[in-house]
Design a protein around this ligand. Structure first.
Ligand SMILES: [Fe+2]
Length: 128
């Protein structure tokens, strides 16, 4: 959605508008194509995806990622003045809140399961 929004905003922009909007370097590298990068210019890569293998650690990581995304959308909303930009950003921010809540529910299920007492049996064992 963000890529589509950026594409729609920049699609009809003149070179003067691109320069005055501070997008000269982006334009030089990517024209008006969508190229996912951070606000500081770091391209998106799989290196930003975390996976520890421990369900609790991974769910906490997911929850932190949702909160970071929510905060980023809030910062973007604070800087925006176009209602056609603010409304989708609000929608995306609310989605992050819901995602955080769903990961929290999953964490409670995992906690309950991992903390539950389990009995393991070995069938067909000879009694000694
Ligand atoms: Fe999310």
């Amino acid at each position: 959605m963000i890529g589509t929004m950026v594409r729609q905003l920049i699609n009809g922009a003149s070179l003067e508008e691109i320069e005055s909007g501070g997008l000269s370097q982006y334009y030089a590298d990517h024209d008006k194509a969508v190229y996912p990068i951070s606000a500081s210019g770091v391209p998106f890569s799989a290196a930003s995806i975390q996976s520890k293998g421990d369900p609790r650690a991974d769910l906490y990581e997911d929850m932190a990622a949702e909160q970071k995304a929510r905060a980023t959308y809030e910062y973007l909303i604070q800087m925006a003045d176009d209602p056609d930009v603010i409304d989708p950003l609000r929608f995306l921010r609310e989605r992050e809140v819901v995602h955080f809540q769903r990961f929290g529910e999953a964490l409670r299920y995992v906690d309950d399961y991992l903390d539950s007492k389990r009995v393991f049996t070995m069938p067909n064992q000879k009694q000694g």
